[in-house]
Design a protein around this ligand. Structure first.
Ligand code: AHR
Length: 495
């Protein structure tokens, strides 16, 4: 049995660009995501720039992080940004109620975050507080960070040491308004959204803000429908969606010690993203056939029990090849829906949920998920080449899933990249790829795989899982033939 992939001729339709923002990340004030993760303070022994770890900055730049969402998540709707500016010593503290009840001393604030984004060469995506914050607070925040003219907010920024504004285009108008963001109904949220969004900019949004409405929880299609119907099209640039992968929400299980059955269930929830994106997009198409409004999947990733001995509210979990599979499948889905999905943020960047980096004091490790993000970065801002995929199945008992997923793009230099995942824990998959009309001379590749599903990188074995050269693809008569090992991710480069 063979998996068959075929490049599709678009018949002259301009191919959609795969927005680099699909590869975005998320850093919440949660556990050791910020404090003890990104931020160690400028008196730390760990090499840092204004308190932010230099090793993390370097690693994220290699991975090509395009954008970072902050300060939450649920934390965003408790966050009062004026608490986090000015002299660090005088800042008021608050209790981080959602995440372990820890004391938030506000030492990492707006300046720290936006300077970090500059160091990363990443666009900031800030989530405004509409749950417990005022319309005025959010309007002031936009002016504080973005205006160059003389006004009370830019004066305050200058007084705090920053002459020129940063450029902040992406703004979330609340987070999970259906839950921790205020337990609102969609009908109520629509009116709240309209009010907050009105005061963020002027009549014509001449600030070119990209405002993202707090979106549906998983398959709440009524939420998306209500937003699309109720928010004027000139007031919204993106609609969000959140979906996590797990074994069972009420019984998540260990991140590293799991059975094949639990692995299969996790893969099922990861594959569910295909259905969710398809159905939410279809609703958006009804109201916005020109696809002006983006679907922004600003939280996705694997969610398990926390590591033993860690604070349950800190969501610190290890990361195995199972997580690499979630990332590989999900990113292929986003790439293939890049006409509508134009931003997505993996939850979360450092030490929280499906992190790309884990830290332990001065040590830092890259997770398998980091390597997938780095391998797939070839798709950022490349032109999507549509493909049809007839995949072999990965079966467990009576259940089945497609074993292979793929996406293809052509970059600005004309080089074509194919990313492939085989989630089967049992079998290698022979794959044939029909390359259509393209003329290619050579193929090279990289592979990420491991002997066991539970394999992961640790502080004692940081490079157990890392990309290797893949020489298994043969190019002949405009066809590629290869065998994808079980639980592997391969990225091919065609010249
Ligand atoms: O990513 C962790 C939490 O999950 C976020 O704060 C919230 O938005 C979601 O429920």
């Amino acid at each position: 049995a063979q998996t068959k992939i075929q490049f599709i001729n678009t018949n002259g339709d301009p191919p959609a660009t795969i927005s680099k923002y699909i590869y975005s990340h998320f850093a919440e004030h949660l556990g050791s995501g910020i404090y003890g993760g990104f931020y160690v303070g400028d008196t730390s022994r760990i090499s840092n720039t204004n308190g932010v770890r230099n090793d993390i900055i370097a690693a994220l730049k290699i991975m090509k992080i395009p954008s970072l969402r902050w300060p939450g998540g649920c934390f965003a709707d408790t966050y009062h940004w004026k608490d986090g500016i000015g002299e660090k010593t005088g800042r008021p503290a608050i209790v981080n109620r959602w995440w372990g009840g820890s004391l938030e001393d506000n030492s990492f604030g707006t300046h720290d975050f936006l300077n970090l984004c500059e160091l990363l060469d990443a666009d900031p995506y800030m989530a405004g507080n509409i749950g417990s914050g005022t319309v005025q607070e959010l309007a002031d925040w936009v002016q504080y960070v973005s205006t160059d003219t003389k006004n009370p907010m830019s004066d305050l920024r200058r007084k705090n040491g920053r002459e020129k504004p940063w450029k902040v285009r992406f703004w979330g108008v609340g987070n999970e308004a259906w839950g921790c963001g205020g337990n609102m109904t969609p009908e109520y949220y629509v009116n709240e959204y309209r009010k907050y969004a009105t005061f963020m900019t002027d009549w014509t949004n001449s600030d070119k803000l990209f405002r993202v409405a707090s979106g549906a929880n998983v398959d709440d299609y009524h939420w998306t429908e209500t937003l699309m119907k109720g928010i004027p099209k000139n007031m919204v640039e993106g609609v969000a969606l959140h979906h996590y992968s797990f074994v069972e929400w009420s019984k998540k299980g260990s991140a590293t010690n799991f059975t094949e059955q639990q692995y299969f269930k996790t893969m099922k929830t990861a594959w569910r993203m295909e259905e969710l994106v398809t159905k939410h997009s279809a609703i958006m198409d009804k109201y916005d056939p020109g696809k002006k409004i983006a679907l922004v999947v600003d939280e996705w990733g694997g969610w398990y029990d926390v590591e033993k001995g860690t604070n349950p509210g800190f969501l610190y979990q290890q990361n195995t090849i199972r997580d690499a599979m979630i990332a590989g499948v999900t990113l292929n889905i986003f790439n293939n829906h890049s006409d509508r999905v134009r931003m997505a943020n993996l939850a979360q960047c450092i030490n929280v949920l499906q992190a790309v980096i884990l830290t332990n004091k001065e040590k830092m490790i890259l997770t398998p998920t980091y390597h997938v993000m780095e391998m797939y970065n070839v798709h950022q801002d490349a032109l999507r080449i549509p493909v049809s995929i007839q995949s072999e199945e990965y079966t467990l008992g009576t259940e089945k899933l497609p074993a292979v997923s793929a996406s293809v793009s052509k970059d600005k230099t004309g080089v074509v990249h194919i990313s492939l995942t085989n989630i089967s824990a049992k079998n290698a998959q022979p794959v044939t790829i029909d390359l259509g009309d393209g003329k290619y001379r050579s193929v090279t590749g990289r592979i990420l795989s491991s002997a066991k599903l539970q394999d992961h990188n640790s502080f004692t074995e940081p490079d157990k899982i890392k990309p290797n050269v893949f020489k298994g693809a043969a190019l002949k008569n405009n066809q590629l033939n290869l065998s994808l090992p079980a639980t592997s991710i391969v990225v091919l480069t065609l010249n």
